[in-house]
Design a protein around this ligand. Structure first.
Ligand code: FES
Length: 85
């Protein structure tokens, strides 16, 4: 598991193994855009303010991967990610 901090509300969520960040965010009642939920459309692109995401999408260029992630598929390499949500 890892934690996701939502910068706009200050909420801190726990993402359990097998759960997506998208699912955890929605479970907390925060509305986010998503479409394919498979890492290919780009709809759920989210800015990463701190932490190191683990990417699993086919959308982002290498140069974009430090500062954004697709939350429908990506995880985290750090104990906490802070997202611009
Ligand atoms: Fe399509 Fe995440 S919903 S990339």
């Amino acid at each position: 598991p890892f934690e996701v901090e939502l910068a706009r509300s200050g909420m801190v969520l726990t993402v359990e193994p097998g759960q997506t960040v998208l699912a955890a965010v929605r479970a907390a009642g925060v509305a986010v855009d998503a479409s394919c939920e498979g890492g290919i459309c780009g709809a759920c692109r989210t800015r990463v303010l701190s932490g190191e995401p683990r990417h699993a999408d086919r959308v982002l260029k290498p140069s974009e991967r430090a500062e954004a992630m697709m939350i429908c598929v990506g995880g985290s390499r750090s104990p906490r990610l802070t997202l611009d949500l």
